[in-house]
Ligand binder design. Sequence first.
Ligand code: URA
Length: 190
Amino acid sequence: MEIAGLNDEILENMLKSEYAEKRPVFGFGPVKAKIALIGEAPGADEEKQGRPFVGKAGKNLTELLDTIGLKREEIYITNTVKIRPTKISPKTGKDLNRAPNTNEIAFFKPFLMRELEIISPKFVVTLGNVALNAVSDKKVSIGECHGKITNTGLYINVFALYHPAAIIYNQSLKEIYLDDMNSLAAILKG
Ligand code: URA
């Protein structure tokens, strides 16, 4: 099956589910990519534009990839959960982002597995805990797995990174992040 067919199927299933009103954000990038990068879930900008990682976290991500000479156009980029998880702000009544819940992850995970089967990347790079655990057959911690290749039981070549948004909130992670990016660059060079 091709990605377009899979995306149609995701949409069909969404329409029959509690996510029927949501706008999906599907994976984007070359289907023959050597690297598939998996985030958590889209935010407001991504939902608006229908593309993963186009907002602030996306800008951060593009800059980080730049530091090791990777162009985002070479990479297949997707999310674990294809809809924007929201909660209502008690102050403004507007939608706010929240972390995806277990139901959302369970709904979208089988589609992520099939998406990865179609892309068959050499390396699966996960951004954050949700994505790392979505491609693992047991509970794993990003603190233990980041910055090196992990065999997660489902995939042999998983390279876990912290989520780029984490750097926005925790500047002390920046150095670790850059170290991890350099390790990734070395692995990609072979
Ligand atoms: N954060 C994610 O995990 N994915 C996006 O697409 C945007 C921000």
